[in-house]
Design a protein around this ligand. Structure first.
Ligand code: ADP
Ligand code: MG
Length: 698
């Protein structure tokens, strides 16, 4: 049934073609359903009257009944204001108008009772309300006002056409009171009962016109549940489908892992690393294709963890690959792993955009014949001529840097069976977000850093303390350490940003004439970048002036200082990533956040958070709180986290409960064929919600 709610908005009383067009263009409201789901973002609480002696100066708004006394214009003609005294039996308060003085004066009638609503403020020991809403008290509005009045988001353009919050409220009321008003219930009773949820019709009525706070909260709870629950239900549905379809390669027990552990591993793995390997090992023997996200803070040792898993695959005669988002990072992986591979007698190769044609050809032959065990590379790996003989496990490092499409192509590198996939990220994701975003990925987490790491000391300096900074850098360089100085580069093409970087480089060169410097930025040729990076990594240069190209993965254990210029321009996770470039050796490391004196409140909060903690998960939570999920990791494009009422920072508990409900339902009845689930089943089918599929290809 294409129901009542799908009716076009122009069929609502009070909406003609012009208004319909405006609502569509400005607010995206096309149908009755769109209108009813345009929720108020706050309410004016008119559910009670305050007496004047009860007024709390911190209150948002208060509503008072009283008589008007003494109306006066004060000040000179230019700066005139109107004051009036409002009295009730408990005291009096001043009302003030700075605009529309004449008009207001003609309206206010001393000795007449009024209802006044506005925000109280304290001015020289006297309470006052400026520009209150005010109307004459009548028997009908005295009770009529006792409600919560919805306030809607609108736009300047709409307001000019008189479609303000009040007008929208009027349309909502029109809709709700119209004869056929009926929203099809989406959640079956069995679930509603379990969660104590009100029905959808009630919820939608009350979200717009709650009788009191309790009714509003019940409506909100129900609508939040809907948002969170159906995402989870869909995720578990798809997951169960996928288990059917994607059988996975089962690896045999391998001597390689044993040999590596016994003879070559350079350090003891942390408990977390071992735990993660166990989880992955279980997946690799389960008979299902693995899709696992490995998250671990910068420096937590994800690479070696992945390497051990790769050995499991290689031991069974399969090939593996590790794909990195930048050439520099791919080279580092290659160099690090080549050492182990050499000892184990394995064939490992590197293919990037700058691999010579002749070498590339040779490697591709080795790959196709099965002679090669591990292929390391960048996006270059995705190209069609890269054909594996038997790809068993694909590891993708810093996965959020890759597009979904790029990942999907890797999946298809095997003809018959999908390879197991391990994606790694050093951008920790808060649990609530992971559940929603990566619902179809299993998640493993490395929680601890290798032993003996000293926490990085972080401080915040203003531009005015630059001399102090230079002194500090000099001392560290004299101690034989190395220093990064990073400039923001928001857009590769921004000339202004490059000027910042170059000016910075020059001033460093002047301040440290005898210290060898490197410079690194995105406009350099890959060859030159590698050359500079290499010199720095070998310790030939002591200070690296760079843009965020160095953000991901680079490992120079001797570097002990990370200076971030214009730190106020970076996001939290980026700051955290950058900081992770130091603290990789035995020395005490430092991160210095340079910022202008005048920065926004949010920037201050970000910097404060960086100074306060080095825990990536804590930082991720803060990031979520500051930015909201829509902004995190480019998820706004996905439409997935288009949550209207649920808030992943505060609704974690509800999310968890909704998720486990969804899970148990799908476990019992994967097809939702039980009549007890018919409403949910129908809703799920009707709303092919836009979710990201991280693990499947189409
Ligand atoms: P990330 O998780 O950021 O990718 P890496 O894999 O690059 O971290 O590891 C960072 C450094 O820590 C590397 O030099 C690596 O050899 C080292 N490392 C990894 N695991 C351990 C461990 N258990 N004990 C000591 N050092 C370790
Ligand atoms: Mg890494």
């Amino acid at each position: 049934m294409s129901g009542f709610m799908d009716t076009k908005i122009e069929f609502l009383k009070g909406v003609g073609p012009t208004k319909a067009k405006q609502l569509k263009e400005e607010l995206g409201i096309l149908t009755f359903a769109d209108l009813i789901y345009h929720f108020p973002f706050r309410y004016e609480d008119r559910s009670q009257f305050h007496t004047i002696n009860q007024i709390d100066i911190n209150a948002e708004n208060v509503q008072i009944k009283g008589l008007i006394d003494r109306v006066e214009t004060v000040g000179t003609a230019k700066k005139q204001r109107l004051t009036a005294i409002l009295k009730d039996s408990t005291g009096h308060i001043e009302l003030v108008w700075f605009k529309g003085v004449k008009w207001m004066k003609s309206k206010l009638k001393p000795g007449v009772p009024y209802i006044v609503y506005g925000k109280p403020s304290l001015f020289q020991t006297k309470f006052s309300i400026s520009h209150p809403e005010i109307e004459v008290l009548t028997p009908s509005n005295e009770t009529g006002k006792k409600t919560m009045i919805p306030v809607y988001a609108t736009t300047e353009k709409l307001k000019r056409k008189f479609v303000d919050s009040k007008a929208i409220a009027k349309l909502q009321l029109e809709l709700i009171k119209s004869k056929g008003f009926n929203v099809i219930e989406t959640v079956d009773e069995i679930v509603r009962k379990e969660f104590g949820l009100v029905d959808l019709n009630t919820a939608l009525r009350s979200i717009h016109f709650p009788t009191d706070i309790q009714a509003k909260n019940q409506a909100l709870e129900r609508l939040k549940f809907d948002e969170l629950f159906f995402i989870q239900l869909k995720i578990f549905r798809e997951k169960s489908d996928q288990k059917e379809v994607h059988k996975g390669i089962i690896f045999q027990k391998s001597h390689l892992v044993h040999e590596f552990y016994e003879n070559h591993i350079p350090f003891e793995l942390t408990k977390s690393q071992k735990q993660v390997i166990k989880e992955i090992y279980t997946d690799l023997h389960s008979g299902y294709q693995m899709n696992r996200l490995l998250q671990g803070d910068v420096g937590s040792g994800k690479t070696i963890t992945a390497f051990v898993c790769m050995l499991i695959a290689i031991g069974s005669g399969f090939q593996t690959t590790i794909m990195a988002p930048t050439e520099i990072l791919a080279i580092q992986h290659f160099q690090g792993l080549a050492e182990y591979c050499h000892k184990l007698g394995l064939n490992i190769r590197l293919i990037t955009g700058s691999t010579k044609k002749s070498s590339r050809k040779k490697y591709l032959e080795e790959l196709a014949s099965g002679e090669m065990n591990i292929l390391v590379g960048t996006h270059a790996l995705i190209e069609n001529d890269v054909q594996f003989n038997r790809l068993g496990l694909a590891v993708i490092d810093e996965q959020h840097r890759f597009g979904v499409a790029q990942r999907a192509k890797l999946w298809q590198k095997n003809k018959h069976v999908y390879p197991h996939v391990l994606v790694m990220t050093a951008t920790p994701i808060p649990r609530t977000l992971a559940m929603t975003l990566y619902g179809d990925l299993e998640v493993s987490t490395i929680r601890e850093l290798p032993k003996g790491r000293k926490p990085i000391k972080t401080s915040h300096l203003y531009d005015s303390s630059r001399l102090k900074l230079f002194g500090f850098i000099q001392r560290e360089v004299d101690l034989g350490r190395q220093v990064y100085i990073v400039y923001p580069l928001i857009e590769e093409s921004s000339t202004l940003d490059y000027k910042d970087l170059m000016d910075g480089y020059e001033s460093i060169a002047r301040a440290f004439p005898r210290v060898p410097l490197s410079i690194l930025h995105g406009r350099m040729k890959a060859k030159d970048k590698d050359y500079e990076m290499d010199r720095f990594a070998r310790g030939e240069t002591k200070i690296m002036v760079a843009t965020t190209v160095i953000e991901v993965g680079i490992n120079v254990p001797n570097a002990s200082v990370m200076v971030i210029e214009n730190a106020e321009r970076f996001g939290l996770s980026q700051l955290h990533q950058l900081r992770g470039r130091v603290g990789r050796g035995a020395d005490q490391s430092y991160c210095i956040l340079m910022a202008k004196n005048k920065i926004s409140k949010e920037a201050r909060a970000r910097i404060g958070c960086m100074v306060a903690t080095t825990d990536g998960f804590e930082i991720a939570e803060k990031d979520l709180e500051l930015r909201g999920p829509g902004d995190l990791m480019g998820t706004q494009q996905s439409g997935l986290l288009d949550l209207k009422v649920a808030d992943l920072t505060t609704d974690g508990e509800l999310l968890k409960r909704a998720r486990s409900m969804a899970e148990s339902i799908i476990e019992k009845d994967p097809e939702l064929s039980n009549p007890e689930y018919s409403r949910m089943s129908r809703h799920l089918k009707k709303n092919q919600m836009a979710t990201l599929k991280w693990s499947t290809i189409s």
